[in-house]
Ligand binder design. Structure first.
Ligand code: F3S
Length: 432
């Protein structure tokens, strides 16, 4: 690893032992991936993945305490993944007590993040790139992020450059102001290793398409053809929402950090098929393939025919336009089923600044009357414990399905399930 004079001085302890350890860690990290230099972080804001003050995470708290004691702060302000707690999200008595014990360090952890460089107390979301949040990198920016859904969005849709870093490594990059140059930071590392031919007869469900791609290419880079015909020809809000959800599924069911969509995403637009590596493999996705992928999702509820106890929509967090669209569709569905309230308690999750804006709308008031809670929580953090893990919880998110016991349904199925008097059993096909 070639270090600049300034970087070498940091390694040698010019800014103290703590900073020297950070630089050494980043160098070791780069060495593992064959990096031979560091490059400056140019995005104006960082993003941290560790948002939860879980009582067992002592080494992280010790590390952050050491940083603060040494006066080593982030060189850039940062946003953080969503909070694990929201008292408005339905939870049983035992669950509520359990949450308080499990996340007993939350207040202390947030206070430390604040000193370290947190943008503000509203900056808790995985969709930090939404306009209302404002942590939106420019094309070509070098980032030090780790949240998989945000990394794949920043690389693919915004054209920024970021590796799929781990928690804490991403903080170290933001503190040092530089990161090792390898993988998705390099031109070569951004070449497509897979050509995906979307050959469906109708617009594919974003979450299932992303899942199919992720399961097939794993950490490869897909160049997706024939998807643009199902989307707006520009990066409109509808297309951005689709790409956000599809990308999160590629990153959760596989380890995709970057995808290119023919005629749409910035690099595919400017470079076209020159982005495709010479030995790229091919994968054709038709309706039968999407059905095969979907049918292989395991249902791990204790009782597959149980009535869902809770429904989460929004993982990654919903955008403002998605909240409006869901409200319109829900209102239409409830009217069609002659109901005034939901059949299943439902939580729409979004970024706190989006919620602030949405709170002033008639749509928000409508949702509160029919029984939807709009929250800034992370549903995975809500579910990732023995008590919630046993509950029959459903979601339209493949990421939440993959990392928890939540059961996946498409958007239309979710709408029907939360609007009807009866939830069909698995014997009826389990669907709408
Ligand atoms: Fe975001 Fe939590 Fe889902 S971080 S992508 S809401 S698992």
């Amino acid at each position: 690893m070639k270090l600049t004079k300034e970087q070498q001085a940091l390694w040698d302890g010019a800014k103290g032992d703590c900073m020297a350890k950070i630089v050494k860690t980043l160098v070791l990290y780069g060495d593992c991936f064959g990096a031979d230099e560091m490059v400056p972080v140019t995005g104006t804001q960082g993003h941290l993945v560790t948002s939860f003050g879980i009582s067992t995470m002592k080494p992280v708290y010790d590390l952050i305490t050491d940083l603060l004691n040494a006066g080593v702060l982030s060189s850039q302000p940062f946003s953080v993944d969503p909070r694990p707690l929201d008292p408005h999200v339905p939870a049983g008595f035992l669950q509520s007590i359990f949450f308080r014990i499990m996340y007993s360090k939350q207040a202390q952890y947030e206070a430390h993040l604040n000193k370290l460089g947190l943008i503000n107390t509203d900056a808790f979301t995985c969709a930090c790139y939404l306009d209302e949040v404002g942590n939106k990198p420019e094309k070509g920016d070098i980032l030090s992020w780790a949240e998989s859904s945000a990394v794949v969005y920043a690389n693919s849709v915004l054209g920024a450059r970021c590796n799929r870093n781990s928690a804490i490594i991403e903080l170290f990059g933001s503190i040092a102001g530089f990161v090792p140059s390898f993988g998705l930071l390099t031109d070569e590392g951004r070449k497509a290793t897979w050509i995906i031919d979307v050959a469906t007869a109708e617009k594919p469900e974003a979450q299932i398409l992303g899942s199919a791609i992720g399961l097939k290419v794993v950490e490869g880079i897909p160049y997706i053809k024939n998807l643009d015909k199902w989307l707006d020809r520009e990066l409109t809000n509808t297309t951005l929402n689709y790409l956000k959800d599809m990308g999160a599924a590629t990153a959760a069911d596989g380890a995709v950090g970057l995808y290119h969509v023919e005629n749409l995403t910035p690099e595919a637009k400017s470079e076209g098929e020159r982005l495709i590596a010479g030995n790229a493999q091919e994968y054709r996705i038709d309706d039968a393939e999407l059905s095969r992928v979907r049918e292989n999702y395991p249902v791990i509820w204790k009782n597959p025919d149980a009535k869902p106890k809770l429904c989460f929509v929004g993982c990654p967090h919903l955008s403002y336009t998605q909240l409006i669209e869901w409200t319109d569709k829900l209102s239409e569905s409830l009217t069609r089923h002659n109901r005034r309230t939901l059949n299943v308690p439902t939580v729409f999750t979004t970024a706190p600044p989006v919620l602030e804006k949405f709170r002033t709308t008639p749509a928000y008031r409508y949702l509160t009357t029919v029984g939807v809670v709009v929250s800034g929580i992370c549903p995975l953090m809500y579910m990732n414990n023995p008590l919630c893990g046993k509950q029959p919880i459903m979601t339209n998110s493949n990421k939440l399905r993959t990392y928890s016991s939540a059961r996946y349904y498409t958007d239309d199925e979710i709408l029907a399930l939360i609007s009807k008097n009866k939830v069909p059993s698995s014997k009826d096909g389990g669907e709408t």
